[in-house]
Design a protein. Structure first.
Length: 456
C-alpha cells in the first residue's frame, strides 16, 4: 500500500470506531493513515458483507487511489465500458453513458464495479497494515462523553462480559439501526415497498451474457433488473428489484404489514409484464433471502456529543438507486480524517469544532443523495404515458449527460462546497414540489385528502 502524500498529523489521538462494515473499515483506514491510534469494534465474529456487487463512481476511485488501494481494487473488480439504461418492456436502449477517455479526463478517474466482500477485505487489510487494531465479536452498546475523553461500553457477544474503552473520539459507523442515532432523532427506517433479489453466476460460460462488458439497467413499471460483470469478468452479478403489492395493500388498508413482504410468491409474479429476456434470467436469483429496501429521512446534524459523530448508514442510509451507499461512507471517512488532520496541522485540533465542520459539510451532501435517490427510483418505475415521456427525456439527455451527474461524481471534500453553501444539499428548484410517493400514499390512506383517490 502506497498512500499518496498523507501527513500523519493525528499521531497521539486515540479513536474508537463502532462497526466494521465498509464505512467503518474506510474510517479506520483514513484515520490510521493520518497517524491516529484506531481501534475498530465489530460485533460479528468475522468481517463480512452481505450481498454481491456494488458500484464506485470516479470520486470513490480517487479516494481509493489516495489511500494507496486503486491498483488492487482494479485487479479485484471490473471496469465497465459503459452504463446502459434500457426499457424493461421493450429492451430498447434509452440512455448510454460511456466510460471512455473523455469520461476519465472529465472526472479524473474510472468507474469501478466490485464485489462487496472484496472491497471490505481490501479496506480491512489496509487498515490493519496502517496500524488499526481490529476487534471482532464485540458490540459497542453506547458511550459517555467526559470533558477530555469518550468512554465506550462494550459487550463480548460470546461471553456477555461488559468492558469499557476510552478514546479522544468515537465514530459510529454502526448501521441503519445505530444505537447512537437515537440520541439525535427518534425516527424509524422507512420501507420503500421495493425488495431486491440478488444472484451471481459464472459469466464466461453463460451463452447469453459472456460478452457483457457494461452495467446494464432495465427499468420498467414497478420493477427493474441490473446486470454487470465482477471479478475481472469472471462473475455475473444480477439484481432483480420490484414493488411488493402486499406491502402497498397493508399501507393503503391501514393493516399490519406482513413480515415476509416481497416473498418468493410475489417475486414470481412481479416480472410478467417485462421483456422475455428478463423473465428468462430470473431463475438465477437466490431465493433463500431477499432485501426489503429501506432508508431513513435525512437529518441535518450528525454530532452526538463533543466527541461522538454518526457516519455511514447510521447517519444517512440511502436507497440504492444512485449506487452511492458505499461511496458516501467512504466520503464520510475521508472528510473526517482530512478535516481533523488539517486542524491538527494548524495546531487547533478541537474535536467539537472538527465534528461540527464535518457534519456541516456532509449532512447537506448526503441529504441531496438520499432525496435524489428516492426521486430517481420513482422515475425508474413509472408506467403508461409517464414511462414513454421518461424514455424520451433519457434519450435527449444522452448527448450531454455529464451535467446531470457532475454534482455526484465530481465531489471532493477538500473543496468544502456544501459547508460553504448548504443550499447545494436541496433538490433542484424544478423538483421543490415533489413529494415522496410512499408518504403521499400514507397521507391519502389516513384520509387527510378524502376527495383524492389513492394512487400507487
Amino acid at each position: 500500500m502506497n498512500a499518496q502524500n498523507i501527513d500523519r498529523n493525528l499521531a497521539g489521538q486515540k479513536v474508537i470506531i463502532a462497526g466494521g462494515g465498509i464505512g467503518g473499515a474506510a474510517g479506520a483506514l483514513a484515520l490510521s493513515l493520518r497517524g491516529a491510534d484506531v481501534t475498530l469494534y465489530e460485533r460479528s465474529r468475522e468481517f463480512k458483507e452481505v450481498g454481491a456487487g456494488l458500484q464506485i463512481g470516479p470520486h470513490g476511485v480517487k479516494m481509493l487511489q489516495k489511500w494507496g488501494l486503486k491498483e488492487r481494487a482494479l485487479e479485484l473488480g471490473y471496469l465497465p465500458e459503459r452504463m446502459q439504461f434500457r426499457d424493461a418492456i421493450t429492451r430498447e436502449p434509452i440512455l448510454t453513458m460511456n466510460f471512455d477517455e473523455e469520461f476519465e479526463e472529465h472526472y479524473g478517474s474510472n468507474y469501478l464495479v466490485i464485489h462487496r466482500s472484496d472491497l471490505l477485505s481490501l479496506l480491512i487489510e489496509a487498515a490493519r497494515e496502517a496500524g488499526t487494531k481490529l476487534v471482532n465479536g464485540t458490540k459497542v452498546l453506547g458511550a459517555d462523553t467526559e470533558p477530555d475523553r469518550v468512554v465506550a461500553e462494550l459487550k463480548n457477544v460470546d461471553t456477555g462480559e461488559i468492558t469499557h474503552d476510552s478514546a479522544d473520539l468515537l465514530v459510529a459507523f454502526d448501521g441503519i439501526h445505530s444505537v447512537f442515532r437515537k440520541h439525535l432523532v427518534t425516527d424509524e427506517a422507512v420501507p420503500s415497498a421495493y425488495v431486491a433479489y440478488r444472484g451471481t453466476s459464472d459469466l464466461p460460460t453463460d451463452p447469453e451474457m459472456s460478452e457483457l462488458k457494461d452495467v446494464v439497467g432495465y427499468i420498467g413499471p414497478r420493477c427493474h433488473f441490473i446486470q454487470y460483470p465482477l471479478r475481472g469478468g469472471e462473475l455475473l452479478n444480477q439484481v432483480a428489484v420490484f414493488q411488493s403489492p402486499r406491502y402497498l395493500r397493508a399501507l393503503t388498508d391501514g393493516t399490519e404489514v406482513p413480515e415476509d413482504w416481497g416473498n418468493n410468491d410475489e417475486f414470481r409474479e412481479a416480472y410478467g409484464h417485462t421483456n422475455e429476456f428478463i423473465q428468462g434470467r430470473l431463475d438465477q436469483m437466490w431465493l433463500d433471502t431477499w432485501w426489503q429496501m429501506s432508508d431513513r429521512d435525512p437529518i441535518d446534524n450528525w454530532v452526538v456529543s463533543d466527541r461522538i459523530i454518526l457516519m455511514g448508514d447510521a447517519a444517512h442510509p440511502p436507497l440504492q438507486y444512485l449506487a452511492s451507499g458505499a461511496v458516501m461512507a467512504m466520503e464520510d471517512a475521508e472528510c473526517l480524517a482530512l478535516f481533523a488532520s488539517e486542524a491538527a496541522e494548524g495546531g487547533q485540533l478541537v474535536w467539537k469544532d472538527v465534528l461540527e465542520e464535518v457534519s456541516a459539510e456532509r449532512a447537506p451532501r448526503c441529504k441531496r443523495i438520499q432525496s435524489t435517490g428516492r426521486f430517481w427510483g420513482e422515475l425508474w418505475h413509472v408506467d403508461g404515458l409517464a414511462r414513454l415521456i421518461r424514455n424520451e427525456v433519457f434519450r435527449q439527455a444522452e448527448s450531454g449527460w455529464f451535467k446531470y451527474v457532475d454534482w455526484l461524481w465530481g465531489y471532493d471534500a477538500e473543496r468544502r462546497e456544501y459547508l460553504r453553501n448548504p443550499e447545494k444539499g436541496e433538490m433542484p428548484a424544478e423538483l421543490k414540489e415533489w413529494e415522496y410517493n410512499l408518504y403521499r400514499i400514507a397521507r391519502q390512506a389516513r384520509g387527510s385528502s378524502a376527495s383524492e383517490p389513492i394512487t400507487i
